[in-house]
Design a protein around this ligand. Structure first.
Ligand code: ZN
Length: 66
């Protein structure tokens, strides 16, 4: 995920997801936009599944492995 990039739905800023503000205190991970502090992405893992909500992003771009 560190090479993934995306665009914030709130302010339109494009960024690498590695440059966003990550909050790891809860049961999962929350990424917030460095520009407008909107929630970009939420990721929650359980033993049986991963739940991903990227509703704060217009898109996510993930480069193919080299
Ligand atoms: Zn933003």
């Amino acid at each position: 995920m560190t090479m993934a990039s995306g665009r914030c739905r709130g302010c339109g800023e494009q960024m690498m997801l590695a440059q966003t503000h990550a909050y790891l205190g809860g049961p999962g991970m929350v990424l917030r936009c460095p520009g407008c502090d909107s929630v970009l992405l939420r990721l929650v893992r359980s033993p049986t599944q991963t739940w991903l909500d990227a509703g704060g992003l217009d898109y996510v771009k993930i480069p193919a492995p080299a």
